[in-house]
Design a protein around this ligand. Structure first.
Ligand code: NAX
Length: 333
């Protein structure tokens, strides 16, 4: 049997964690033969709820769970971690400006970055989910200088899944047939869901471009983009709660593909630290890009042709991320 790995989930008392933990414990993330030690972090007032979650995890009798640690201390939570899913964050309350949200969260992720730096494995794979996810990932990495920047990512997989599902519905195919949709930039309303390189793969392996299969460029350039960008708000309006089941599935898929690699001919999107050399995007922000993954190493897909339409959209989301970076770093430094 494999040695257990240490997996930390923050915001463990929250609604995303509630849907995410069973996926981890069933083996849907790290593999059905991979035992896990769960490290659950939340804030002190939520420890009672975390204990309730642990009672339920225990009642699930998951075979892969070796040990569960519950704590309100990031230094305990991140100890020797192989994977960290940073879901917990300060939520946006009514009347709160984006700047206030950035401020509150920059403080949280500064502390968590510093703790990861001290106690996590240097190979730890971090995905930041808590909003503003991209900039929180940037702050975390900034305060964890001993861990390579390539180990910090932000979740845009949910946006990618939403985009794939919308294209699939329009084209009358199964969502699983839609590949290589790209989410560029920020997990916010400036994100750019790009289908210019996306394909629909049929059962016999034939690939048709999404452009051709959908046959409605006005929709792809207009309502489709808007619908992806505002899907989170639409779910809140309908459910009176933010996306949780779909967000948890996306976190699980993001980490699964990082662990097991991308398939031949396919790529996936995630927020990664920019180095200034890809697609003209400035260095030093966490920008969602198309990537392939092999043996845990993330590589940005290079050489994709970028149309003028795409370029404009990418600039807008880059601009927003640069502003977020400035605001956040001013607060924490
Ligand atoms: P909940 O409010 O249900 O849960 C958040 C949990 O985080 C709470 O239990 C809270 O006590 C805890 N928390 C707060 N500060 C903490 C800290 N310093 N350390 C540890 N835990 C802390 O929110 P939920 O619906 O689970 O969403 C979590 C985060 O995901 C939010 O920031 C949300 O905006 C973000 N999302 C990001 C998405 C993405 O695609 N990147 C999509 C879904 C989601 O909206």
């Amino acid at each position: 049997q494999k040695e257990p790995i240490n997996v930390c989930v923050t915001g463990a008392a929250g609604q995303i964690a509630y849907s995410l933990l069973p996926l981890i414990c069933r083996g849907n993330v790290f593999g059905e033969d991979q035992p896990v030690n769960l490290h659950l972090l939340d804030i002190t007032p939520m420890m009672g709820t975390v204990n309730g979650v642990i009672m339920e995890l225990s009642d699930c009798a998951f075979e892969l769970v070796n040990k569960i640690v519950a704590t309100d201390d990031p230094m305990v939570a991140f100890k020797d971690c192989d994977a960290a899913m940073l879901v917990g964050a300060m939520p946006r309350r009514e009347g709160m400006l984006r700047k206030d949200l950035l401020e509150k969260n920059a403080g949280i992720f500064k502390v968590q970055g510093a703790a990861l730096d001290k106690v996590a494995k240097k190979t730890v794979r971090v995905v930041v989910v808590g909003n503003p996810a991209n900039t929180n990932a940037l702050v975390t990495s900034e305060f964890a200088p001993s861990i390579p920047k390539s180990q910090f990512t932000a979740l845009t997989h949910l946006d990618q899944s939403r985009a794939r599902a919308m294209v699939a519905e329009r084209a009358g195919v199964n969502t699983s047939q839609v590949k290589n949709v790209i989410i560029w930039g920020n997990h916010s309303s400036t994100q750019y869901p790009d289908v210019e390189h996306a394909v629909i793969v049929s059962a016999d392996g034939a690939r048709t471009s999404v452009k051709k299969a959908v046959g409605d460029e006005a929709w792809l350039h207009g309502d489709f983009i808007k619908a992806v960008q505002t899907r989170g708000a639409a779910v809140i309006k309908a459910r009176k709660l933010s996306s949780a089941m779909s967000a948890a599935k996306a976190v699980a898929d993001h980490m699964h593909v990082w662990w097991h690699g991308t398939k031949e001919g396919e790529f996936t999107s995630m927020g990664v630290m920019t180095d200034g050399s890809k697609y003209g995007i400035n260095a030093g922000i966490v920008f969602s890009m198309p990537v392939t993954i092999k043996d845990g190493v993330i590589s940005v897909v290079e050489g994709l042709e970028i149309s003028d339409f795409s370029r404009d959209k990418m600039r807008a989301t880059e601009h927003e991320l640069q502003q977020e970076r400035e605001t956040a770093l001013k607060i924490v430094q």
